[in-house]
Design a protein. Sequence first.
Length: 302
Amino acid sequence: MTSHDFDWQAAYPSLRSPVFARNVVSTSQPLAAQAGLRMIAAGGNAIDAAIAAAAALTIVEPVSCGLGSDAFAIVWDGERLHGLNASGTAPAAWDLAYFQGRHGDAFPKRGPDTVTVPGAVAGWVALHGRFGRLPFADCLAPAIELAEAGHGVARIVQQKWAAQVDELKSQPGFAEIFMPRGRAPQVGERFVFAQAGRTLRRIAETAGHDFYEGETAERIAAFIREHGGAMSTADLRAYEPQWVEPISRDYRGYTLHEIPPNGQGIAALMALGILEHFDMASLHPDSVEARHLQIEAMKAAF
């Protein structure tokens, strides 16, 4: 199909418009997208751009992701798909008796006993080692600059930030870092994340080893220990992301690929299997019937 054969008009009301470009980096925050595009402009590839964008998001959208988060990736290398599961593993001390002794029958929602070994940084390193083109440190440079120089907090990020303050302000370290003026930053207000900048520099200089075996690992384990958690430097040192074969399902001429469990991608494949039994094309995208069917399919999948 050539471009002039395609109907570029959306079938439903939308403020979106097509983007035409040689390279596109899509993120939830423009500064993170810029970080990715910098890597492309410097001769990097999509993996370099993805790492730069992900690292930048830990600074400009810390309410959604951070250096302590997980990572999943599906990569097409021109010949085949590769899957990476860099989700967090449980500290070795965790078992049923551990939680029953500390929390009874109620699983904690917040605090050190909810924190798994962070996988995102190891995921970046693994992706870069197999597919990256630029030096690893170059990929983290934009995030470091944003952390140290600061940035104006975006509107949607500010809304999410403010909405979490009441629940998180009592957590150790939260108010000190994320409420620098005793509240969430306001829209456009400059937020400097110098501590994260220093951590990112150590990660960049050691190609990620510092996060799992160096000063950062020691700081993480010490903080968890100080507040009654079980994660240790041995847990961090033992962490390794896993390369996995993606799972997939055909749906009406298309194939959807996902990371296998423990990721939740299988739910999307199950939902498609359910929707395949219905004539979705006959329903308007915004009709009550279409929305109800989509909701019921996701409920069944979960």
